[in-house]
Design a binder for this molecule. Structure first.
Ligand SMILES: [Mn+2]
Length: 302
């Protein structure tokens, strides 16, 4: 039997061909099934910028997302644990412990977990090439999609140097602008009462937001350019807390967003289709309370 298997295709006789054909579908079938009840299974899940160790981290939402979504491979692509914040002041909640527990549960269930450290968890870069509690730590990774595309997986902070815009502006999103409009009205009334000339906070912030938008697109272009130079089909990163899937030049740019503001993940199905999912807890009444901390969240540096 073993010898038959070694006969090259061209030398086989018809009778050997009559044997049951080899299963071609194995490529699509996950090797290990890590799906439990009430779980949605993905081929791959990419998450980043969870900033565990900060108040901004939406740990309950993240723990729930991890518990309800299984995968063959989980990529944790940086700023997972916020070492900068923890160095200043220890902040850790049971929900954040639950996140760690959910990741380890996945390891135990047979999920391959790859951790690519970012700038906030750069202390883990010393462990690249090692495995910690079953989690592979790596400076970057190459992911092959189910349909055979090569995706470079990295955090993306190395591209900050390429672009001259202030990082924090990237986090100054629509929410801040909306709030600013209201503030601006009040400011106008107050200034007029004190006989001060008109100064538009909203115009000032509009300029800042415009800079933020410009920052994001410059960042995306820099990452895509680097991916193109590396000869890959696409790149998956995080860092700027702005989930996106778009084609830049000949490269697919994918950003999995964050778990401080948007609660987003990038997922791949068994056919290689990639999409961004925004997790909103159906069961949790905490959502509203969590949504009330955007100021702090908005100013966590990338
Ligand atoms: Mn970062």
């Amino acid at each position: 039997m073993a010898e038959t298997a070694r006969i090259p295709e061209a030398l086989r006789t018809d009778t050997q061909h009559a044997a049951p054909p080899p299963r071609r579908r194995t490529q699509r079938r996950p090797i290990r099934r890590a799906t439990g009840p009430n779980q949605k299974h993905h081929r791959t899940i990419f998450i980043s910028d969870t900033h565990l160790g900060t108040r901004g981290c939406k740990a309950e939402m993240l723990a729930e997302f991890l518990a309800r979504n299984s995968c063959d491979t989980l990529y944790l692509i940086g700023d997972i644990i916020d070492g900068w914040q923890l160095k200043r002041r220890w902040y850790w909640t049971p929900a954040q412990t639950a996140v760690v527990r959910e990741v380890l549960k996945k390891v135990d269930a047979g999920t391959r977990v790859v951790y690519v450290p970012g700038n906030h968890d750069e202390f883990l870069r010393a462990y690249c090439g090692r495995s910690l509690a079953g989690v592979e730590v790596s400076r970057e990774a190459l992911h092959i999609t189910a349909d055979g595309r090569k995706l470079l997986v990295l955090h993306g902070d190395q591209f900050d140097g390429v672009i001259a815009y202030a990082k924090w502006l990237a986090h100054f999103g629509d929410w801040a602008y909306g709030t600013a409009l209201v503030l601006s009205e009040w400011l106008h009334v107050v200034r007029r009462r004190f006989g001060l000339p008109h100064w538009s906070l909203s115009a000032f912030l509009k300029q800042k937001v415009k800079n933020a938008v410009e920052y994001i697109s410059r960042y995306e272009e820099a990452v895509a350019r680097a991916a193109h130079e590396r000869g890959v089909d696409g790149v998956v990163c995080g860092h700027i807390h702005h989930a996106e899937i778009r084609r830049i030049g000949g490269v697919l740019y994918l950003n999995d967003g964050d778990w401080v503001e948007s609660c987003t993940a990038l997922v791949e199905d068994g056919l290689g289709t990639l999409e961004i999912v925004r997790w909103s807890s159906a069961s949790s009444p905490r959502t509203r309370a969590q949504a009330s901390t955007p100021i702090e969240a908005a100013f966590i540096p990338a």
